[in-house]
Design a protein around this ligand. Structure first.
Ligand SMILES: *[C@@H]1O[C@H](CO)[C@@H](O)[C@H](O)[C@H]1NC(C)=O
Ligand SMILES: *[C@@H]1O[C@H](CO)[C@@H](O)[C@H](O)[C@H]1NC(C)=O
Ligand SMILES: [Cu+2]
Length: 619
């Protein structure tokens, strides 16, 4: 098309332009690349601040050391792709985690001290860990490489919990559900811990019985749990689902989930779909993939499954439920391919990434090569998927899944993923082995990958004007855009990225703040006056214009403290409807309220009261 000389001129011009913008990362949109090495295998992972991801492994013979023993924790810097080893006192093997209301992370539960091959060792011996079963480990993330895990024997759980779920609550406490005392592949009633407790403890402290975790043995570990707007906990284990009222310790049964079991080790992906004002913040919970083995008995016991699992196709079924909108299961678009250990990551554009996992087999591993599960090496999963998808819950039926990018590394058991502030996703881990190994088909994996959304290379909206904290109700804020058209396509969303492990991101959720465009301005509400919709603690806020997010900003949700949160009146926004004669007065009052909310943004503080009829008609 171009003459050779024109073409080389254009190439030279491009090179110069790019050299002048060294921060622009061109050509990454819709791709995936290996970016670094995690030092320990990322069984658990979470985003702690703008550039730091915290990674936890189980105690094993990782080649990197800390304080004279193999390390099982690092701080990973996503800008430099380098890590800092961190010391943790206890074995974090299959722990749970979440954000507390004061912005600290809590990682709790785990397994006993271990040595070579994962064999139980005396406390503090073997690879140097102490029993993690009752451990409560705290981290306040930092950007200056000086923060450390606090993991003291003096503060501990009531019960030993290996594979517990942790879910943030409205008062900044967390609920810690289930787990097993000792064990292996799946629990029997002797090893299962059918109870939950709180941190910080509530009331008299201690653990309380939870019948669903008894009824669903052996599929009772890592119960899939979401805090609901009613204050109840949605809990799914085995094939069962309930709403759990932890005040009255009573449950409302929901219908059994069709398709397949979804909890560990069937390990379907699940997500709370974005909470939106257009839907009155009514929850829908989506489950995709997992594994059905026919009879529940086939899941076996601590030693492993009773039937071959490794080459058995995982489920493609996707089912969703909206407990407060009818409440039965609804089939939605099947996964394009079977998946166990697939994982949903909430994107700020409202879609959900779904990646990692295997097309055949389940979570878990065994040392016993003659196990009925027929492990590949030690793994009960095989045929990893290299194909991530995005799911658009607003697309029409049949059009919700789209393949984006391609992974280079298989992510089997003990993989993880988290959203980053630039809307890319960090993917790491995979180690279906009792100890660090390089000698298996599916060995210990340290390579870290990053997935980039389709809009990654595009100019991003500004996040200027986002506050540093959000309250439950109260006065809103305004953002100013370059054009009325941009403002009319803008939204503000808040995402808690959650604690990633075992195909789950505990605490992950997204909420959209109610907003109204007024000319070039977007008038934005605080969070709804219900902390059950979005528990206190830090989270990422994004300005999203026409589906393209700004860089995420860490903000504090609530008052930054653990305890009852201040609840204010719901933010009043200007109405969008056409003004009618007899409603003019009310409309003007609302405008004045809004104006008072945003004095700092207004010249002379009277922009809204001076608003003229032609503008008002467009509100
Ligand atoms: C590192 O930053 C934290 C706040 O994130 C601060 O409390 C601490 O004092 C800092 N430490 C050093 C050594 O600068
Ligand atoms: C009302 O506002 C619009 C838009 O700012 C402006 O074009 C128009 O001249 C104004 N009308 C009056 C009567 O002030
Ligand atoms: Cu595990």
């Amino acid at each position: 098309m171009f003459s050779p000389s024109l073409r080389s001129f254009l190439l030279a011009a491009c090179t110069v332009a790019l050299a002048g913008l060294s921060t622009v990362k061109a050509g990454k949109a819709g791709t995936m690349e290996v970016v670094g090495h995690s030092g320990v295998s990322a069984q658990m992972m979470f985003l702690g601040d703008d550039s730091k991801v915290y990674i936890l492994d189980k105690t094993e013979n990782n080649p990197i050391n800390v304080n004279g023993h193999p390390a099982w924790a690092v701080e990973y810097d996503i800008d430099t792709n380098s890590y800092r080893t961190m010391d943790v006192r206890t074995n974090t093997f299959c722990a749970g985690g979440a954000m507390l209301g004061d912005g600290r992370w809590l990682v709790t539960g785990g397994n006993k001290a271990v040595g070579k091959n994962g064999d139980t060792a005396r406390p503090g011996k073997g690879y140097g860990a102490w029993n993690g079963g009752k451990a409560l480990r705290f981290l306040k993330p930092c950007s200056n490489q000086s923060c450390q895990w606090k993991d003291s024997a003096a503060v501990h759980l009531d019960k030993e919990r290996w594979y517990p779920t942790v879910e943030p609550l409205k008062d900044g406490h967390v609920a810690i559900l289930g787990g097993m005392r000792d064990g292996g592949f799946v629990p029997t009633s002797g090893t299962n811990e059918a109870s939950y407790e709180f941190y910080p403890p509530k009331g008299e402290g201690g653990s309380r019985h939870m019948p669903i975790l008894e009824r669903t043995v052996p599929l009772s570990l890592y119960p899939i749990t979401y805090l609901m707007s009613s204050g109840e906990l949605f809990v799914q284990a085995g094939r069962q689902a309930i709403l759990w009222n932890y005040n009255s310790q009573s449950e409302t049964r929901l219908a059994n989930i069709p398709g397949a079991p979804r909890v560990y080790p069937a390990s379907g992906g699940s997500a709370l779909l974005p909470l939106r004002p257009s839907n009155n913040y009514k929850e829908t919970i989506l489950f995709c993939g997992g594994m059905a083995l026919g009879k529940g008995d086939n899941w076996g016991d601590e030693a492993g499954p009773r039937v071959m699992v490794t080459q058995r196709p995982a489920s493609t079924s996707c089912e969703q439920i909206s407990p407060f909108l009818g409440g039965d299961w609804e089939s939605v678009d099947d996964l394009p391919e079977a998946r166990s250990m697939g994982q949903f990551i909430q994107l700020p554009d409202g879609r959900l990434w779904f990646g990692n996992g295997v097309k055949t087999g389940t979570a878990g591993y065994t040392d016993n090569s003659r196990s009925a599960g027929e492990p590949v090496g030690k793994s009960f999963g095989d045929n990893p998927s290299y194909q991530p998808y995005v799911y658009d819950p607003t697309a029409s039926a049949g059009n919700r899944w789209k393949a984006v990018g391609r992974a280079k590394v298989g992510r089997l058991y003990h993989s993880s993923a988290t959203l980053l502030p630039d809307s890319s996703i960090l993917v790491a881990g995979s180690n279906p082995n009792p100890d660090y190994t390089t000698g298996e088909k599916w060995s210990t994996e340290y390579r870290v990958e990053r997935w980039y959304p389709e809009y990654y290379d595009e100019p991003r909206p500004s996040r200027k004007g986002l506050p540093s904290s959000l309250s439950y109700g109260g006065k809103g804020f305004t953002l100013t855009f370059d054009s009325a058209s941009a403002a009319s396509k803008a939204k503000v969303v808040v995402i808690r990225t959650g604690f990633s492990t075992h195909g789950m991101n505990m605490g992950q959720r997204m909420i959209e703040l109610a907003s109204v465009a007024v000319g070039k301005k977007l008038v934005v509400s605080q969070l709804p006056p219900n902390p059950n919709l979005f528990a206190p603690g830090s989270a990422l806020a994004f300005v999203v214009v026409d589906g393209v997010p700004s860089r995420g900003k860490f903000i504090m949700v609530g008052n930054g403290e653990i305890g009852k949160q201040p609840i204010l009146e719901e933010t009043v926004l200007p109405t969008k409807r056409d003004d009618q004669e007899d409603e003019t007065g009310e409309l003007l009052e609302r405008e004045v309220d809004v104006q008072e909310s945003f004095q700092q943004h207004k010249r002379g503080g009277s922009a809204y009261s001076r608003i003229n009829k032609s503008v008002r008609d467009r509100l």
